[in-house]
Design a protein around this ligand. Structure first.
Ligand code: ZN
Length: 595
């Protein structure tokens, strides 16, 4: 997509006699291409196994009550019925259009409400470009109202999501009316939102409640940046990029940790990553990386890889939307830096916090957390499957995770095999396929895969991510061990492979201990020993207590055999839990002791 956009823009600018601008644009886009290209086409990938089924369930959830209903979805723009968060105009409709469009193929839009919604929604746009109830934008607004009572901030939040939905409808189905509507909304941001809500002369109006919750200024205003960058990508109209940059710069003093809404905060950081991809300006990347390090180092991200609904160390609930955003942000950070620590954190989140947030219906939502001043340490009761937000966003997270299972790296003409899971992925436009099958675990090898590399001709290099939980990887072909070197988080084979090559990949690992901030803890030479608070990891799993009181941190006494920590009875992974067990309450941080 980037190449065709680049060609399109270059040709267009040359045609209107702006070669200097075309050259400048070319330079910017070249920078963006090297930063952002590492992904495969999500819908071309067959994701099999437990996670493939979880993704399918998330998509299938869209076709069930109350979602697959045109009037229900359109209520946030035409108010045909009163429903929760109705004034978040575009929140349900935009998210629904975005995830349903992207997960559909062009010839088979799903579910049945999708195309009628896309067709009808554009007729409800106001003259000034926004969707929702009429607003006099010159009047003072309630900048930190309650979620269900205030008007203006919820409208901005919802419109930000709807811009993304409209663009997705154009991307997948070529619906011109959707792109026209998105442009009209983009102009609303250019002409009204940015001047009105990013005005240095009005800082006193914005500042007092900056840390507020879901209807707050900081949460809702900057939610539009992501759509503006997407709009720039599809139209080449620089006013959208310029406005996105102006808003992102203005956001900086409000971009704090803690902050009242992790979904709003992390999704704005996704937009900053997109600005980095578009401009090559490292200041955007630096802002995101600094925040990432503060969040992971400071207890805002729990040992299962998830965050709380409010972006605080100690809070009472999580939110599926935020988990999805953090998953997506980690994938973007890897794509744009090449650093596998972000893939490690995406994998940790997927196997643990993500599965714990997904309902047996396929949807996502909120559950109560057990937390203290050092952060979250257990999962408590489910509160609500959130058909108004998380259920759509959870599917988006899976959709984008698929893009990164295995990718083609054109700079080294190699396959990057990122996640040892069950999938069939066409790489580099189908020139190669990666057919990855999970094998049974064995003693000391919690994860093992058989990977067939197929293509029509030539040969290709192969590199696999060396996970942070693995002690070694061994790769064999026809029973012969292959030589490789580990650099920059990847094990790279020293030879290239012909079509039809079958590799067996064994990931060797032992159970390991970590503190509550992702640091590995060594088993002391002198036993017994008190270790302190931490988690027990094995492979990609954080082990959870099946029974007992999850609202307190309980003692756990471990034993060793030949220096290897033994996994005690009563501790299991989230992946191994039944749906019913995942509905239950489980602690994962313990006061550790080794006998
Ligand atoms: Zn949500």
């Amino acid at each position: 997509m980037k190449t065709s956009r680049r060609d399109f823009l270059r040709t267009s600018l040359a045609a209107v006699g702006a070669p200097a601008l075309a050259a400048l644009l070319d330079w910017h886009l070249a920078a963006a291409e090297t930063a952002g290209y590492l992904r495969s086409a999500s819908n071309d990938i067959q994701w099999r196994g437990a996670f493939g089924r979880a993704y399918q369930k998330a998509v299938h959830r869209l076709s069930e009550d109350p979602i697959n209903n045109v009037d229900f979805i359109l209520a946030d723009v035409n108010f045909n019925q009163e429903r929760r968060f109705t004034n978040y105009s575009g929140d349900i409709s935009g998210r629904f259009i975005e995830v349903a469009s992207l997960s559909s193929t062009k010839d088979n839009p799903q579910p049945s409400a999708l195309m009628p919604v896309i067709e009808k929604i554009v007729s409800y746009q106001n003259e000034d470009g926004h969707y929702g109830r009429p607003v006099d934008w010159s009047q003072p607004v309630d900048i930190a109202g309650a979620n269900d009572q205030s008007l203006v901030m919820p409208i901005l939040w919802g419109n930000g999501r709807l811009m993304l939905g409209l663009i997705a409808a154009y991307e997948r189905f070529g619906v011109e009316a959707a792109l026209d509507s998105a442009k009209k909304m983009g102009d609303f941001y250019v002409n009204i939102v940015c001047p009105r809500f990013c005005d240095p002369a009005r800082m006193a109006e914005y500042t007092p409640e900056a840390a507020g919750y879901a209807a707050a200024y900081v949460t809702c205003v900057f939610h539009g940046i992501e759509g503006l960058v997407r709009l720039w990508r599809f139209t080449g109209q620089k006013k959208y990029l310029d406005t996105a940059i102006e808003m992102a710069d203005f956001h900086e003093p409000f971009d704090t940790l803690p902050v009242g809404h992790s979904h709003g905060s992390i999704s704005t950081h996704e937009a900053l990553m997109m600005l980095y991809e578009e401009t090559g300006d490292k200041k955007w990347l630096q802002r995101v990386v600094s925040r990432w390090e503060a969040a992971y180092g400071g207890g805002y991200v729990n040992p299962c890889g998830g965050v709380s609904e409010q972006y605080k160390i100690r809070y009472t609930t999580d939110e599926g939307c935020s988990e999805a955003d953090l998953l997506r942000l980690n994938l973007m950070l890897w794509r744009d830096t090449g650093q596998t620590r972000y893939l490690d954190m995406a994998e940790r989140l997927l196997y643990n916090a993500y599965l714990m947030n997904q309902w047996s219906t396929g949807g996502f939502g909120h559950r109560r957390l057990a937390a203290d001043d050092d952060g979250t340490f257990g999962w408590l009761e489910r509160v609500a499957e959130s058909y108004w937000c998380c259920t759509y966003h959870g599917g988006m997270g899976y959709y984008e995770f698929k893009e990164c299972l295995a990718v083609y790296d054109k700079t080294t003409d190699s396959i990057l095999y990122n996640f040892p899971l069950d999938f069939l992925a066409p790489i580099d436009g189908g020139r190669w396929t990666v057919d990855s099958v999970l094998l049974d675990a064995a003693e000391g090898v919690p994860v093992s895969t058989r990977v067939k590399l197929d293509g029509s001709a030539g040969d290709i290099a192969f590199a696999l991510r060396f996970p942070d939980w693995a002690e070694a990887v061994s790769v064999s072909c026809d029973g012969r061990q292959l030589h490789g070197t580990v650099t920059e988080g990847y094990w790279k084979a020293s030879v290239r492979f012909a079509p039809g090559t079958v590799l067996q990949i064994d990931y060797h690992a032992r159970p390991l201990l970590e503190d509550r901030r992702f640091h590995k803890l060594a088993v002391p030479a002198q036993l017994p020993a008190k270790i302190g608070q931490g988690v027990l990891r094995f492979g990609p799993h954080i082990l959870h207590a099946v029974d007992g009181d999850a609202s307190v941190i309980r003692p756990l006494t471990l034993s060793t055999d030949g220096g290897v920590i033994q996994i005690p009875e009563g501790l299991i992974s989230v992946e191994a839990m039944s749906d019913q067990q995942r509905d239950g309450t489980h602690g994962f941080v313990f006061d550790l002791e080794i006998q």
